[in-house]
Design a protein around this ligand. Structure first.
Ligand SMILES: Nc1ncnc2c1ncn2[C@@H]1O[C@H](COP(=O)(O)OP(=O)(O)O)[C@@H](O)[C@H]1O
Ligand SMILES: [Mg+2]
Length: 238
């Protein structure tokens, strides 16, 4: 299986705090992989290490077989990686449409029209200021901005965080459609049951180390392991 993303032996620090202790994971073309773990396990740091925002002190990141370790974040993004960070940063004083016109247009499946068909809610609110959107609409906008760059791989950091269940379903249906369109996804979630329902494979991160790797269905069927992820929310309710 050819890996689109290969992270190998990532060691990451914030100052003197050693956070990631040799994290390795892969995402194949078109695959949805979830990275689970309790709050503070190092999930966000793993995504930041992959994007070069918290460059790993040791280890390697390859995108489509190309070593991108040490590259600046914008170059890693240009190599085909979209990143939707926690907290949905956006230009609050710009409208939805203005936010979506910030990324330079790229060739590919995800045009403004395709985005508005993926998220009809955003189409309805295209002239609203981003700062006035609901949490769910802001998440959709943040995902849309990343998609407009037509990435081969999308890194999503806790898209369900703080959203009502009905909105989470809408966001996850969109994740499903992105996958159907061939975008590979690395989905970080605290909501294990939700993420396992969508993913092909799963990794569990604990104290900066991978403690489990395998098919998502297998982990979903292991109620003890899923429960152990709690602290992580083990239910679909937000
Ligand atoms: N900017 C930072 N400076 C110092 N420590 C940090 C910083 N960000 C996160 N940490 C610490 O790193 C660990 C992993 O955090 P994080 O990757 O955000 O975990 P997760 O996303 O799984 O909740 C936590 O112990 C957290 O307190
Ligand atoms: Mg996090």
């Amino acid at each position: 299986m050819s890996s689109l993303l290969e992270a190998e032996g990532l060691q990451a620090y914030y100052g003197k705090s050693h956070i990631l202790h040799g994290v390795s994971l892969t995402v194949a073309e078109g695959e949805v992989v979830t990275l689970l773990g309790r709050n503070g396990a190092g999930k966000t740091t793993t995504l930041r290490a992959i994007m070069g925002l918290t460059p790993p002190r040791e280890g390697h990141v390859r995108i489509g077989g190309v070593a991108v370790t040490g590259w600046p974040t914008h170059r890693i993004a240009q190599s085909g990686v979209g990143y939707v960070p926690e907290g949905r940063r956006m230009f609050r004083h710009l409208t939805v449409e203005e936010n979506l016109r910030v990324p330079p247009p790229t060739q590919g499946r995800w045009s403004l029209t395709a985005i508005f068909s993926l998220f009809p809610r955003l189409a309805e609110r295209r002239t609203s200021k981003a700062g006035r959107l609901s949490g769910g609409e802001q998440e959709m906008l943040a995902i849309s901005r990343a998609l407009l760059l037509n990435p081969r791989l999308l890194l999503l950091d806790e898209p369900s965080q703080g959203l009502a269940p009905v909105i989470v379903d809408e966001v996850m249906r969109a994740v499903q459609r992105m996958r159907d369109e061939g975008t590979a996804i690395l989905l970080v979630e605290q909501n294990a049951i939700l993420a396992l329902a969508f993913a092909d494979r799963a990794y569990v991160l604990s104290d900066g180390a991978i403690t489990h790797a395998g098919p998502a269905a297998e982990l979903a069927a292991d109620s003890e392991k899923v429960k152990a992820l709690a602290g992580a929310r083990a239910s679909r309710a937000a």
